[in-house]
Design a protein around this ligand. Structure first.
Ligand SMILES: Nc1ncnc2c1ncn2[C@@H]1O[C@H](COP(=O)(O)OP(=O)(O)OP(=O)(O)O)[C@@H](O)[C@H]1O
Ligand SMILES: [Mg+2]
Length: 518
């Protein structure tokens, strides 16, 4: 499949159509990026931190960086250490270079992160970028193609970084690019379908990771190109039209399924003839810690590509206990998000430890790392989110039982709440009768059925019990006084029929009282 852009000449009709599109584009402020950018994860706004000003300053030490990561990312201690060191090295080198102190033999500390899904790989890198305030962009390796047509051009990531830096090319030039699912670019025979293209993308990425100049406007984006021409004609802003990738830190990651087997095989071969069998029982992750360049090549990477990724970090799977601590202590815990979501409706939610532990246990069964926490919590609290905002429930507790049987817990909560409310509302009805007695020296009582009818009506009409009674029985002081005058009666009991038709009941009573008198 070839795009007309990639072939030399579009047909005149095609050209006309594109030109029309383009003119429409130019009426409104042109989009900052081309279409291919829709591949990017836009969940994070451009960061603003200590790199915001033109003169890039970097003073941090690995321990400071790790301390920051500890606030958000639970476990992954080894990964945090290695990343902290690599990050500090990288930005010290950047700072030196920007200050004109070149380090000719410096090797960029591009990072490869290995580990199962949902254990914090992306989260680690994003948290680092937040800390130092450099622009950060995350992309998915599977979205790129060699020609840049089907998915996007690898250079689009660099342009996206500029967008994240609010168009500030200088800032973008020391940002962080994170590419996920890098293992899908491997061209080993067992990797499905991407062989040729995968290798091509590796080559293209390789250039970026090393050093290259990326045009600030995509050569494939005709609108951007013509806009650039028009600006040039108007004698518009100069500025560098290219982005240099020398100081951009690249982090790539993937689950690398099957890499552990390759490592194991190599280790086994190395020990043939010896009695010892290292790692024979070791789990996949500790084996990955022994990965060498050769293993990545056997996995299907180009040696040059893997050679540009000198820092290797393995993230560990998360145990139930870790998942519990993520909920309980991480500053990014989804529990805080739930608290805020409910607070928007004036509802307080309290997570008991046994509830959190149950969420963690169930998330563990999902086998998607910390992502399972969201799945499980959502399943447990979905109906609460839907129902509670329309009720008078103002607080509830998330317990183990709730996580296991949310529907039953919700029913019970609503029933309990209705009961509590009924008790209070009955008291309000009787209180109305007592006040009536004090003011008018006539006892007014309500049967239970009358009280329940009032409660039901108050709830339905969203009126307070007192207001409803005030409206319904506003004439009773006069009517009952008449009756008292006629018959000497001082105590009155209202039943459900008096609640349903107060005026009618009162007038019947009054009429009857005259008859008695007569
Ligand atoms: N170790 C951890 N500590 C705290 N939160 C974590 C941790 N790991 C994952 N999370 C939470 O889970 C979410 C998903 O994790 P993340 O995106 O980092 O997974 P990943 O390792 O990059 O997975 P994948 O390989 O699927 O991309 C994070 O946004 C974060 O909220
Ligand atoms: Mg990720």
């Amino acid at each position: 499949m070839r795009d007309a852009f990639a072939s030399s000449q579009p047909t005149p009709e095609e050209f006309q159509r594109r030109l029309n599109d383009l003119m429409r584009h130019l009426q409104v402020p042109p989009p900052a990026t081309g279409d291919a950018q829709s591949n990017f994860d836009r969940s994070v706004e451009p960061t603003s931190g200590d790199a915001a000003d033109a003169a890039f300053q970097f003073q941090r030490k690995p321990r400071d960086v790790k301390a920051h990561l500890d606030r958000f990312v639970i476990q992954q201690d080894e990964a945090k250490k290695v990343l902290s060191v690599a990050l500090c090295d990288h930005y010290h080198a950047v700072q030196a270079a920007l200050a004109g102190k070149a380090m000719p033999n410096y090797t960029k500390q591009n990072i490869i992160l290995l580990g199962p899904t949902g254990v914090g790989k992306t989260y680690l890198v994003r948290s680092m970028a937040d800390l130092i305030g450099v622009p950060f962009v995350k992309a998915d390796a599977t979205k790129f193609s060699e020609t840049g047509y089907v998915g996007g051009d690898v250079e689009d990531i660099v342009r996206e970084l500029v967008r994240r830096a609010d168009g500030d090319i200088a800032r973008a030039q020391h940002g962080i690019i994170y590419i996920d699912e890098i293992d899908k670019l491997a061209s080993a025979p067992n990797s499905s379908g991407r062989d040729v293209s995968g290798r091509g993308v590796q080559t293209n990425l390789l250039k970026l990771m090393e050093e290259t100049e990326v045009p600030a406007r995509s050569p494939q984006d005709m609108a951007a190109q013509i806009q650039a021409m028009m600006e040039a004609q108007r004698g518009g802003k100069k500025g560098p039209a290219t982005i240099n990738t020398k100081h951009i830190l690249f982090v790539v990651s993937g689950a690398f399924d099957g890499l552990d087997k390759i490592v194991r095989k190599r280790l086994r071969e190395a020990t043939i003839g010896f009695a010892a069998k290292p790692h024979s029982a070791a789990d996949a992750v500790s084996v990955l810690g022994d990965t060498q360049t050769r293993d990545f090549i056997d996995f299907g990477f180009e040696p040059e590509f893997i050679g540009r990724l000198p820092v290797r970090v393995v993230c560990q799977p998360l145990a139930v206990d870790d998942l519990f601590h993520i909920l309980k202590t991480s500053e990014g815990s989804i529990i805080r998000q739930y608290e805020q979501d409910f607070a928007a409706y004036g509802i307080e939610v309290l997570f008991h430890d046994d509830g959190l532990r149950r969420i963690a246990e169930r998330a563990g069964e999902e086998k998607t790392g910390a992502r399972g926490l969201m799945t499980v919590s959502e399943r447990a609290l979905r109906d609460f989110k839907f129902e509670l905002p329309s009720t008078h429930v103002k607080r509830f507790v998330v317990t183990r039982e709730l996580v296991d049987r949310p529907a039953a817990a919700l029913r019970q909560l609503l029933a309990e709440h209705a009961n509590e409310e009924r008790v209070v509302m009955r008291q309000l009805v009787h209180d109305y009768g007592e006040r009536f007695a004090k003011e008018h020296f006539l006892a007014l009582r309500f049967t239970d059925t009358a009280a329940d009818a009032l409660i039901a009506e108050a709830l339905e009409k969203q009126l307070s019990v007192r207001d409803l009674c005030g409206q319904k029985f506003k004439d009773f002081q006069f009517g009952l006084k008449l009756i008292a005058g006629n018959t000497g009666r001082k105590e009155f009991t209202l039943d459900a029929d008096a609640v349903a038709a107060p005026e009618q009941v009162l007038s019947e009573w009054v009429v009857a009282s005259y008859r008695k008198e007569g």
